[in-house]
Design a protein around this ligand. Sequence first.
Ligand code: PXP
Length: 255
Amino acid sequence: MPTALPLRLGVNVDHVATLRNARGGRAPDPVRAALLAIEAGADGITAHLREDRRHIRDDDMARLKAEISKPLNFEMAATDEMVQIALATRPHACCLVPERREELTTEGGLDVVGQHNALAPAIARLSEAGIRVSLFIAADPAQIEMAARLRAPVIEIHTGGWCDAITDGHHDKAAAEWERIVAGARQAYAAGLEVHAGHGLDYATAEQIAALPEIRELNIGYFMMGEALFVGLAESVRTMRAAMDRGRARLGTAA
Ligand code: PXP
């Protein structure tokens, strides 16, 4: 079993911008949320600059980079426009995701097997600029193998299918998805990749996945922002951190 390295929490602030944009003004400010999340224990901040700018906007990214003291993870589609913005912004990391205008959120993982020729130049340009590239993919053996061949240092496993199956009460599907995540994390770790995970995580699923020693970072947004409406953002971040710490403390027993 790999040595248990600390598990980082990346807080995704996209939906603070979603709320702000509903009225078109300046509040609530995603940068303020990022600063508060860091104070409450976040190890990094994640924001997704979508092609349609539906939540985070260009100046949010610039302000996040300028104002936060922790690593910024810039989620983006691997388009020329986004690569240019990332190269100008110089975040700590870029997470490449698939993007479709009609989707509500990032619904599937990146098809690195089908798109490796298109992804390779974006990975190279970002890596040459010293930006750590991660690929958001399903826990699928062929996708993981291709991610390693593309020499991206990090993958982020899409946990949305697992989380949805739990929410919908589809126990068999949830168990199968969980097995895929466990196997995928092991395969990626063995191939030398740093393994992250995210999408749809809540306190319970974050606690469960924190017990996988191969996983180094969780990126979580929507659930924590929803909780923040009731308990405040600092409290929802602290509760998430505590759930992850509980999971990490029982390493090896979750699989
Ligand atoms: N990781 C990636 C790559 C994502 O696209 C998202 C959603 O923006 C998340 C993590 C966070 O997902 P959620 O908001 O459901 O916690």
